[in-house]
Design a binder for this molecule. Structure first.
Ligand code: OGA
Ligand code: MN
Length: 211
């Protein structure tokens, strides 16, 4: 693995792209990008996700705190919440912070906090159709999913399927693809894959994590 330099990772989020993401979110509820994340950061995240000890991941659940339950019929991935614990995760959180600020500049979203986790979908794992937030709660507003899989082929499966008014839209989890969507509006699911699938799922929230 090549050495990671902090200066490689701090390329700003282009103003142009955050403006068009904000517009696409407003007009169609989602936005798909392929070159949003600086390449060195992307490669470092991908490497990190794949080499983290298996024991750090745990079976994902559904719902928050008291209502949190593990339900293998709904989702069967494993996750690891991202904390500011090493250079790679630090740079990721800084990058997301910058995207949050530039989205706030271009749209009156009032995004305040960000939370994210690595997800590992073993072959056959899935996440059934769901939304990421319930209307009326101070909660997740924008979902941001980042894919970390090099050389992914259509026939490997594992697409993110957005259920749109005009019909389903499938997105392959290819390295560097980033999908943003309105957390309360867009029903989506993860289709099973034939190989290991790594992603980062993140959410910009209104209100703090406690609010
Ligand atoms: C989620 C989710 C999509 C993906 O974690 O809520 O929808 O492609 N993830 O990993
Ligand atoms: Mn989701």
């Amino acid at each position: 693995m090549s050495t990671l330099h902090a200066t490689d990772l701090t390329l700003p989020v282009g103003n142009d792209s955050s403006e068009s993401i904000a517009n696409e979110l407003a007009f169609q509820g989602y936005s798909i990008r392929h070159n949003l994340i600086p390449r060195p950061l992307l490669l470092a995240l991908s490497q990190h996700a794949k080499t983290m000890h298996d024991g750090l991941f745990h079976q994902a659940g559904v719902g928050r705190e008291a209502s949190h339950t593990v339900n293998q019929f709904v989702r069967s991935d494993s996750i690891k919440w991202i904390e500011d614990e090493c250079l790679v995760t630090h740079q990721w959180l800084e990058w997301a912070e910058e995207l949050k600020s530039s989205l706030n500049r271009h749209a009156f979203l009032g995004l305040q906090s960000f939370e994210s986790h690595f997800a590992h979908y073993a072959p056959g794992a899935f996440y059934k159709p769901h939304v990421d937030a319930f209307k009326g709660q101070t909660n997740r507003k924008i979902s941001l999913v980042t894919y970390l899989n090099e050389g992914w082929l259509q026939q490997d499966g594992g697409q993110l399927r957005l259920h749109l008014e005009q019909g389903p839209l499938d997105i392959s989890p290819m390295l560097g693809t980033v999908v943003c969507f309105l957390s309360e509006e867009i029903v989506h699911e993860v289709l099973p894959a034939t190989r290991d699938r790594y992603s980062i799922a993140g959410w910009f929230r209104q209100g703090t994590l406690l609010g």
